[in-house]
Ligand binder design. Structure first.
Ligand SMILES: Nc1ncnc2c1ncn2[C@@H]1O[C@H](COP(=O)(O)OP(=O)(O)OP(=O)(O)O)[C@@H](O)[C@H]1O
Ligand SMILES: [Mg+2]
Length: 396
């Protein structure tokens, strides 16, 4: 499979299908709520169904909505296979396998500590440190970093032909791109050195003494000692961590990796998508495709439909009367006229939005080789069938 992907890599990429046929890592990103998780799952399901091989989707959606959609009861840090029967239920005979994992930040950190701690005693001390869970679970970008870290680990294992990554709902879409580098910087930072000074020497430097005296009184010496011990222990993993974080960054710009920017056509997410596309270019991270999600149907631009809507707004009394005559139970013609007029008005309002969307879409289309458009579904996506249905629009 890997060889086939490498061969495909020389072919022109004209659709999401051909993009996914040539890559090993696909990272779906974009601003909050635009459909990253849904897109990642649908793309992975399509790849497993039609391209074959072992496909993994790593999601970070804590809502478990996706787990349910994929028919997985328990679905955690360890990858599990989406039952083949679910494809059959959706009327599809898959060429490959679909696997899924949901990122568990705590478990992933534990594994990271286990693999980087210099010895068993340090490992146990870190895992038992009262601050460990709090700090790794909460510090800004913990989630971003660990998502990248897991990706790196799974890719390096060679267990999958294609890995599709859903990214966390970050305040700033750029954050997770920088998470590995920030992590490396943090470990070599002055802040870290400074925090670990007292535990290291037990002789406070003159500069830090006033702070520690005050901090000691307010926070208690045990707390300060826990902090210092925590960072000191963590520092023993410095080399492993930094090397790893740098390798993660390298993976992001590798030719086997591609980014898919997901956006809706509302002003704010579309602006953020453009900003994000620029940020990828600055870092030489490859943009493979733009997915515009939840777009209005094209027929809102239809000229005949517009004429009908205008007629409804202009004077629906005659029409209402004709309908009432033909269908006596339908209700009072005056009410009917009001409803019809409202419907026409509403259509024209949607049309304004659809026109603006078309402009936005043209701007985004100019930025990537592949643009996929996914219409707004009028129902919730709750099963594999729904994901594959949405996936058809992605593939086109
Ligand atoms: N094309 C679509 N039509 C209708 N509903 C959709 C579509 N795509 C996604 N949704 C719905 O929109 C909601 C948000 O989607 P999703 O969770 O995939 O977004 P997200 O970008 O991952 O959000 P977050 O940033 O919070 O992680 C979900 O309820 C999902 O079912
Ligand atoms: Mg999500």
């Amino acid at each position: 499979m890997a060889a086939a992907r490498a061969r495909n890599r020389n072919r022109p990429v004209t659709s999401l299908e051909s993009l996914l046929a040539t890559k090993e890592i696909v990272i779906c990103c974009g601003s909050g709520g635009v459909g990253k998780t849904t897109t990642a799952a649908a793309a992975a399901a399509m790849a497993a169904a039609h391209l074959g091989g072992k496909v993994l989707v790593i999601t970070v959606d804590p809502a478990r909505r996706l787990a349910n959609a994929l028919g997985l009861e328990r679905f955690g840090n360890v990858e599990s296979q989406v039952p083949q029967e679910l494809f059959a239920e959706a009327g599809v005979e898959p060429r490959g396998e679909l696997w899924a994992a949901m990122l568990d930040t705590k478990q992933s950190w534990d594994e990271l500590v286990r693999s980087h701690a210099p010895d068993a005693a340090t490992r146990d001390a870190i895992l038992a440190n009262p601050l460990y869970e709090n700090i790794t679970g909460r510090f800004v970008q913990s989630h971003d970093y660990i998502a990248m870290e897991r990706l790196y680990e799974i890719h390096a294992s060679g267990r999958y032909d294609l890995i599709v990554v859903d990214t966390p709902p970050t305040r700033n879409a750029i954050d997770f791109l920088e998470a590995p580098d920030r992590m490396a910087d943090f470990f070599s930072s002055r802040l870290l050195r400074w925090l670990t000074v007292p535990a290291r020497s037990r002789v406070f430097t003159m500069a830090s003494r006033p702070f520690y005296t005050v901090a000691d009184r307010i926070l208690g010496s045990q707390f300060l000692q826990d902090i210092a011990e925590f960072f000191l222990l963590f520092q023993t993993m410095y080399d492993g961590f930094v090397a790893r974080a740098r390798a993660v960054t390298r993976t992001l710009s590798d030719k086997r990796t591609t980014f898919v920017v997901v956006s809706t056509l509302e002003a704010a997410p579309a602006r953020e998508a453009e900003f994000f596309i620029e940020a990828l270019a600055e870092r030489t991270f490859p943009l493979g495709a733009v997915v515009v999600n939840k777009v209005l149907p094209e027929w809102f631009g239809d000229r005949e439909a517009t004429a009908v809507a205008q007629r409804l707004c202009g004077g629906p009394a005659g029409l209402a009367k004709a309908v009432a005559d033909a269908e006596p139970g339908v209700g009072d013609p005056a009410q009917l006229a009001r409803v019809l007029s409202e419907v026409g008005e509403s259509f024209l309002n949607f049309q304004v939005v659809a026109t603006r969307e078309a402009e936005q879409r043209a701007e985004l289309a100019a930025q990537a080789d592949v643009l996929a458009t996914v219409p707004y579904a009028d129902h919730d996506i709750t099963d594999l069938g729904g994901l594959l249905e949405l996936g058809k629009a992605l593939w086109r």
